[in-house]
Design a protein around this ligand. Sequence first.
Ligand SMILES: NC(=O)c1ccc[n+]([C@@H]2O[C@H](COP(=O)([O-])OP(=O)(O)OC[C@H]3O[C@@H](n4cnc5c(N)ncnc54)[C@H](OP(=O)(O)O)[C@@H]3O)[C@@H](O)[C@H]2O)c1
Length: 364
Amino acid sequence: MFPSDAAAPRSRWRRVAVTGATGFVGGHLIDRLREGGVEVLCVCRPTSNRERLERRGFACRVVPPEDDEAWKEMVREVDVIFHLAAATSARTAQDYYRANTELTRRIARAALACPSPPLFVYCSSIAAAGPVPRGQLRTPGTPVAPVSHYGRSKRGGELVLAEVAGDVPVTVVRPGIVFGPGNRELYPVFASLARTRIHIVPGFRPPPLSLIHIDDLVELLWRVAERGARLPPSPSPAASNGPVPRVGGHVPANDQGVYLAGAPEQLDYRQLGSAVAQALGLRYFLTLHVPQPLPFVVAAAVEAWSRWSSQDAPFQIDKIREAAAPSWACHDPRLAKDLHFTFGRSLQEGLEETARWYREHQWL
Ligand SMILES: NC(=O)c1ccc[n+]([C@@H]2O[C@H](COP(=O)([O-])OP(=O)(O)OC[C@H]3O[C@@H](n4cnc5c(N)ncnc54)[C@H](OP(=O)(O)O)[C@@H]3O)[C@@H](O)[C@H]2O)c1
């Protein structure tokens, strides 16, 4: 329970759709929505494993990603759509754009075709905005320059939504790295330290990172839906068929309706290792810095193997591009000022809770 929960009014929404409900963020968001008294519709792909959701009594709707009519039908039934489904890692650049830009375009068009469009809350990423020079913080209005295909494809999602804004109420949230119980992305840091007491850091000057605990992120998603600003109306025709610009676009310079979601403390990847080691109760561990070209070489070799074997690459050049950026630090003063949002715990407390969860669930 958050200290800020008491201030949040019980929702006036009747029914809310969540794409990506089988994923890490979506799984936590649907719990928060249900706690808030909202009827949740989990929107899944035909291939999604819905068993866990259905076992827990969540209603699921299967919508094939390319079925425009099914999207139109779904959006008509809800007051809010939280669009979280995304490819966070993919084999090819096209897979990122298909999952993150084109799917968002389809849902945006479906919402646009609706007589009374639902509120559209888009879970983007700090990667869509891109890094900032070392020593600086990204704040609302800092120019956008994504460095990875993942980031550009999420930015593409923001831009197609900016095109329908005005006709469709849209708010965008750009989280930093999300962690917490059940998270698989930061799990390797915990696992490596717990098993080998070694923390491997790409480069000698790793970028400061913005992190956010999952409970903070779902609370923030709730709050932006309840009382966040919306993107201003687009000056260009809605949901055009044209190509999505890779950078730039007309998301307003002051980032109205776009929120940055990162905890007030920033850790670089080396400091993150120390914080995780502390969370695991390790007194001694080794930090190994790997000179910067090496991770690129290894990722290229892993990707070549992945293409040859048709297996997913666990280590990708796209992610190394992000890891080699100068800084991912961000701060959005509007979270406190406009949304009355406070972070529920320190990063260290969140990492300790996460370590406990991994242990209790025998992941470590
Ligand atoms: N986790 C982070 O650190 C982080 C940071 C910043 C932003 N975000 C954003 O937060 C959202 C949720 O991330 P997450 O960590 O929960 O991801 P996740 O655990 O990988 O879950 C991804 C979800 O998207 C669905 N999905 C995957 N590929 C898809 C595709 N090609 N078409 C349609 N649906 C697809 C998956 O459904 P299936 O079950 O069918 O595979 C799953 O429900 C994403 O929009 C992500 O960009 C995450």
